[in-house]
Design a protein around this ligand. Sequence first.
Ligand code: FA5
Length: 345
Amino acid sequence: MSELPDWQIEIDAGAGRWQAEVNAAESLEALRSLEVQALGKQGEIPALMKRIPQILPQDRKGFGQAVNALQATVAAAIEVRRQALVETLIAAELNDTSFDPTQAALPLRVGHPHPLSTVQADIEAIFTSMGFHVLDYPEIESEFDNFEALNIPGWHPAREMQDTFWLESGHLLRTHTSSGQVRAMHEFKAPFRAIFPGKVFRYESTDASHEHTFHQVEGLMIDRKVTVGHLLDSMRTLLSAILQREVEIRLRPGYFPFVEPGFELDIRCQVCAGAGCSACKRRGWLELLPCGLVHPNVLRAGGLDPDEWQGWAFGLGLSRLVMMRYGVPDVRLLMGGDLRFLSQF
Ligand code: FA5
């Protein structure tokens, strides 16, 4: 029987030693550092290859194969040990009586409608029950639909009433939902009744009752023999249904080029009960719901004969109505995205 070369004896002994160390590793971390020590780039087993020049030429092939076999054996032993350690950990977790897998997970944060959506849905329900369509018109509008069709030509000082975000294309971000009025007339002819809720934009500085991006609901009714009495009655019905209490309102003459006569409907501030606060600018009243009878020029722009058809329109400040319903002291809270505020609803 030929004698084994020294290196073979050394490698065989190494296999036994590594196997013993692997089996003795008590944790995944200890096993990992053993793996690095044995098989890593700077590890002891790959380092054996550096000894090839000292091995007899006829033995070098056998030496290389033996080192590779050692590497494979140790890698396999590490894997077996790793599996065993993982299984032990899982078994320990399963036996851990302090862990109750049937217990409910952390409480889920369930979302809910935004208060603007809630009030808008209520308004839609009230008006659809009275036979109104609910329409959705674009936020990017033409100058014609936002201004000219509404009897506000370029030179008209009323353009200054609503500072405008202009787009490079010459279009604009609608400054009010009234931009849908003439579109609706063309779409539905007469008679018809519709509301169109939506987001509107104004290039103006903000305060507790003014946002640059806020929500309105336009109402438009076109029919024969439309009266101011009917308009005001609809407004009262709307407000008491939404606010679910009797609220004090007052009516003043208001100027809007697209209605004649025009009115401003103010509401007693519900944040301070009329005592005066930042929401109502210490006036005790808040402008909420301008309205009026549709101007004949607007009916004409909508393709309707003003001798045959009349209409009323309103432009409800939805954001302010939400403030009044819930007693929100600052309109900027509504679109500010602060979950601490929104989670209260
Ligand atoms: C208008 O926008 C007219 N289009 C309303 C109208 C429609 C009149 C139909 C007649 C017939 P005004 O700019 O006043 O009007 O805005 C209407 C309402 O939107 C205000 O009464 C107020 O409640 C609300 N509002 C106006 N500006 C802001 C703002 N910056 N932030 C929050 N709400 C606002």
